[in-house]
Ligand binder design. Structure first.
Ligand code: S3P
Length: 433
């Protein structure tokens, strides 16, 4: 079948304004963890506000395959879990497009013990897995993997893990979380050392669920130690996903006569740094109704200026770089991003894919091995984009397409469903004048 028939296409006409208020799906990182931790907790947990994306639905299916009972109760999901209910299934655990599920799921089942096979879609099966294989093997698991032991599909066997002390070689919350979940079922103490801080949902949520977990913050590192623990059921309320809100915030900033409010989004550590970056670019953004770690964010049309995004900022912006590149395309001057080589191993190679997408809109881009330089304000026009099975590329380019003149075709748009199935409906509603 020719490529064009296999991929969904969406055409987006430009020169639009964005106005209105909305809620975005529940945070994806918190949703995955709420389901996995509930599956491990003896008793009934509930989750409210779960992400509606396909990735989180894959996690729901995986925990059910392992033996958790998952029921919808109105707007709640009830999960009956606990290690006694869980056992290795006879079939493959299919993670779809989700890198978070495959890495966290592998750690979780390694801690439970038994033999498990994981696989995902074409994008996931290309992503590097040695980053979790190495520590899980050191803890005692055996892993046979495709592509010379580098990628999924893989089969993991675990018959009793022991704790390790492990310094993360890459700044990755997924790797940290995989080891912590394995550590929950390991003998002795498992310590993960982080020199570059990453999102802290796993350690926070595991501690709330009663894990024996200790955090030591030192000037140059954070050490998280976990011991074999029983978890208690919880009632989780998932706030809106800041990474999804970033698309509407940037849409309002770069489009004329625009003002958008995104309600109740998670604003905790290392998840809302894109707001500070946009503010230093001159964005008119206000945050209101803050409670705990969430709040409402309003953005208005703004004249942006370029900025420099340094290596130490990347972990806090990792999912927002594609949409920040769109903001940079409208900012006066050259925005430089460095220290971001991790972007090359996301759902797509986001440095290369985003550079070609921006060039198709007439944006001047220089690509580096670990980042890019985007010249703003160049002569932009409609573009032509292939999403490469990467939801964030499709959504970032939709926002850019809406701000320039002409009609842009985005091929492979349905990848958006992995995190934000309502994206197109929200886009149409906000741009209806
Ligand atoms: C995530 C961590 C990040 C992020 C991903 C979600 C998580 O990945 O890009 O979308 O939920 O832990 P890395 O930890 O690989 O950087």
């Amino acid at each position: 079948m020719p490529a064009a028939e296999m991929h969904s296409e969406v055409s987006i006409s430009g020169k639009r304004s964005f106005n209105g208020e909305l809620s975005v799906p529940g945070d994806k990182s918190i949703s995955h963890r709420a389901l996995l931790i509930s599956a491990l907790s003896s008793g009934t947990s509930t989750v409210k506000g779960l992400s509606t994306g396909r990735d989180v639905m894959a996690t729901r299916a995986v925990i059910a395959q392992l033996g958790a009972e998952v029921r919808s109760l109105g707007d709640l999901l009830a999960i009956e879990g606990g290690p006694d209910r869980l056992s290795p299934p006879n079939s493959v655990l299919d993670v779809g497009n989700s890198g978070t599920l495959i890495r966290l799921g592998a750690g979780m089942v390694a801690g439970l013990g038994g033999t498990y096979t994981f696989s995902g879609d074409e994008s996931v099966n290309k992503r590097p897995m040695k980053r979790i294989f190495n520590p899980l093997r050191q803890m005692g698991a055996t892993i046979d993997a495709a592509d010379n032991g580098e990628t999924a599909p893989f089969t993991l066997r675990s018959y009793g893990l022991h704790g390790i002390r492990y310094s993360l070689p890459v700044a990755s919350a997924q790797v940290k979380s995989s080891i912590l979940l394995a550590g929950l079922g390991a003998s002795g103490t498992t310590t993960v050392i982080e020199t570059m801080p990453t999102r802290s949902h796993s350690e926070e949520m595991l501690a709330e669920a009663g894990a024996k977990l200790e955090i030591v913050r030192l000037p140059d590192r954070k050490e998280i130690s976990i011991q074999r623990s029983s978890l208690k059921p919880m009632d989780y309320v998932v706030p809106g996903d800041p990474s999804q809100s970033a698309f509407w915030i940037v849409a309002a900033l770069i489009s004329r006569d625009s003002q958008v409010t995104v309600r109740n989004i998670y604003l905790g550590e290392l998840r809302s740094d894109f707001i500070s970056v946009l503010v230093r670019m001159g964005a008119d953004i206000t945050v209101a109704n803050t409670s705990k770690n969430s709040g409402d964010v309003t953005a208005k049309s703004s004249q942006l200026r370029s900025t420099t995004i340094a290596a130490e900022e990347i972990a806090g912006l990792i999912d927002e770089i594609p949409i920040l590149c769109v903001a940079a395309s409208f900012a006066e001057g050259v925005t430089t991003i460095t220290g971001a080589s991790e972007l090359r191993v996301k759902e797509s190679d986001r440095i290369s894919v985003m550079s070609s997408a921006l060039r198709s809109f007439g944006v001047e881009v220089e690509e580096f091995p670990d980042g890019m330089a985007v010249t703003g304000g160049s002569c932009m026009h409609s573009g032509n984009v292939f999403a490469h099975m990467d939801h964030r590329i499709a959504m970032a380019c939709s926002v850019l397409a809406a701000a320039v003149s002409g009609t842009t075709i985005i091929t492979g748009f349905d990848t958006v469903d992995s995190s934000y199935p309502e994206f197109l409906a929200d886009f149409e509603r906000l741009t209806k004048s």
